[in-house]
Design a protein around this ligand. Structure first.
Ligand code: AMP
Length: 578
């Protein structure tokens, strides 16, 4: 196995310039361990057995070498990726497409059962370079001679153990037998049951091995929890956690450099003092942010693994794994940034349904069960805000000279004939206007948990140093909402966030982000406003977009005004389930 230590950046791998540019734009900082171990042998043409599960970056591990070697002038399938499910086929196709953004005329086709044969046939006839499909449907096409593998140079078995479990192994072997003898084979599997080993032995030639090592350690001083990502999007979930967790300083891990900036910016917009830490920043700027974290002028740092290497700040009470790490070693390293200097630390891990295996691997490696946590409810947040407000009132009464204000309230009461209780109620409302003691109801399915924003300050820290010049402006939108409303078939249940939609539409359809109007996320779908004068060609391009692994199937919104919620009468204390 190639040593992962020796590879520090993507440019150390012999990948073509258009691929390196795409990786830069997507924001990957360094190859993940499975990528570092798989890409070189695959580029050299070796067969490969890769032991890795979802979440390790295995898709890029085979997609990048395939794309590197594709001859786009040859309009025939040169690579075939077999996946156990339709969802994975779509996800893999989407990943290929994003890595191939600078390869003009590159075509990939996902084929799977349940989708009409006609569309697939049309696309196949037009000529595609890579096929990603489930074994059954691929076999159907081969039998009908609508898919020929004569020009195939690479075949990938993705999640081979899952294909075995689902009873596809005979189909897989049949396809392997029909493929040209000289093709390269890469087999990826999370586990290596005997049947998969046999396939490797029978069909692969002198394969190289790439394996993610899971070393075990004990982590005693850290309380570990995980939140299964469902329904609520990750940013909303994080915002709620931030409201109720008693944290001193927090380190949040994401996968890309771009995500460090984006998330830090969003948290700043919500009133937290947050900064990014990534490998693209100058050493001086990185050091400055670490220094600010130590000096308590920064409470949250959003970092990539590389940038946080060796970070040693005692006051980090919480580590949030916003994006799951690639391997258990990275997890152990991440959570080791808390629980230092004899303090207890807290680690929270966001786990999407497809990342469950990594959770199990982490539990094994750390020899700890990780407790499932529930997101704070609206009532929990209300309770917390009320407590903080009470404390603020008490502290103010204790520490401030208020005689002028007492006189003012007295005078106001007399002049307007008001009871002190009414005045106090109005002032409480005003003081908490941007951070209501009873947060907004989420049943409206609006984008954010509430819209208390810039003015929000944590009650226990009323003073913040002026960060004036450093605060970034929020991007302005050109859009005046005179656009057309569209519906796209991906929603909250898929874990989509507005940035995913803006990113996909901007990148894939070439519509500038600032022209994309209001996005509303519902459980099953989203609505998005787009310029009214959009050319037909652009709309056509949009039909091919995948978000969160799903085709968006964009259609003009025909359902009248999108559903809204109605204000409800509020009582204090808030009632459960209100
Ligand atoms: P996979 O294991 O292929 O399903 O990938 C899991 C996630 O990791 C995907 O969202 C990828 O975009 C992301 N990813 C893959 N490689 C890298 C990398 N080198 N740096 C950052 N993120 C990555």
């Amino acid at each position: 196995m190639q040593s992962t230590e020796t590879i520090l950046s993507f440019s150390d791998l012999a990948l073509s310039a258009p691929l390196l540019q795409a990786i830069r734009e997507i924001g990957y900082e360094t190859p993940s361990p499975i990528q570092a171990a798989s890409i070189p042998p695959l580029l050299e043409g070796h067969d490969l057995v890769g032991q890795a599960q979802t979440g390790t970056g295995k898709t890029a591990a085979f997609a990048l070498p395939i794309l590197n070697n594709i001859d786009t002038s040859r309009r025939e399938p040169q690579a075939l990726v077999l996946t156990p499910t339709r969802e994975l086929a779509l996800q893999v196709a989407e990943a290929f497409q994003s890595y191939a953004r600078h390869l003009p005329d590159f075509h990939i086709l996902p084929i799977y059962g349940g989708q009409g044969m006609d569309t697939q046939l049309r696309q196949l006839r037009r000529g595609v370079h890579v096929i990603v499909g489930t074994p059954g449907r691929v076999m159907d096409h081969m039998r009908r001679h609508t898919l020929s593998l004569d020009g195939l140079t690479t075949l990938v078995l993705d999640e081979a153990d899952e294909m075995l479990k689902m009873g596809f192994i005979d189909d897989v072997e049949w396809i392997l037998e029909q493929s040209p003898p000289g093709r390269q084979i890469a087999l990826f599997s999370a586990t290596m049951p005997e049947a998969i080993r046999k396939v490797a032995k029978n069909y692969l030639r002198d394969p190289k091995e790439a394996k993610i090592e899971n070393k075990t350690v004990t982590v005693e001083a850290i309380s570990q929890r995980y939140w299964p990502v469902t329904g609520t999007n990750k940013l909303d979930a994080l915002t709620r956690i931030l409201e109720v967790e008693d944290f001193d300083a927090m380190l949040i891990f994401v996968r890309t450099k771009i995500a460090t900036e984006e998330l830090a910016e969003k948290l700043e917009a919500r009133g937290y003092s947050a900064g990014a830490l990534n490998g693209d920043m100058s050493q001086a700027l990185r050091e400055k942010n670490v220094e600010r974290l130590k000096k308590k002028t920064l409470d949250i740092v959003v970092a990539t693994d590389v940038a946080a290497r060796g970070l040693d700040v005692d006051r980090i009470s919480h580590v949030i794994n916003y994006d799951i790490p690639y391997d258990t070693e990275a997890y152990i390293h991440r959570i080791g940034r808390t629980g230092r200097a004899g303090r207890t630390g807290n680690a929270i891990l966001f786990v999407a349904p497809r990342e469950r295996r990594m959770l199990v691997a982490i539990e094994r490696a750390t020899r700890h069960r990780i407790r499932e946590m529930h997101l704070p409810t609206r009532e929990d947040i209300a309770e917390r805000r009320v407590e903080q407000f009470k404390e603020l009132v008490m502290n103010t009464l204790e520490s401030e000279e208020l005689s002028f204000y007492r006189e003012f309230v007295q005078h106001l009461g007399k002049e307007k004939n008001l009871a002190p209780l009414d005045i106090a109620s109005a002032l409480t409302f005003l003081a908490q206007k941007d951070r209501p003691l009873l947060p907004a109801d989420r049943s409206s399915h609006s984008e954010h948990f509430d819209d208390g924003r810039d003015a929000r300050k944590r009650a226990d820290r009323s003073e913040r140093p002026d960060r004036g010049g450093e605060k970034r402006e929020r991007p302005q939108r050109d859009f005046d909402d005179s656009g057309t409303l569209y519906r796209i078939e991906v929603g909250r249940n898929d874990g989509v966030a507005p940035k995913d939609i803006v990113g996909a539409i901007a990148n894939e359809a070439g519509i500038p982000g600032k022209s994309i109007g209001h996005i509303k996320i519902y459980d099953e779908f989203c609505t998005v406003s787009l310029p009214a004068d959009m050319p037909l060609q652009t709309l056509k391009r949009m039909e091919r977009i995948f978000i969160m692994g799903k085709p968006i199937n964009i259609t003009p919104w025909t359902g009248g005004p999108p559903p809204a919620s109605f204000p409800r009468k509020r009582t204090y204390p808030p009632k459960r389930g209100e």
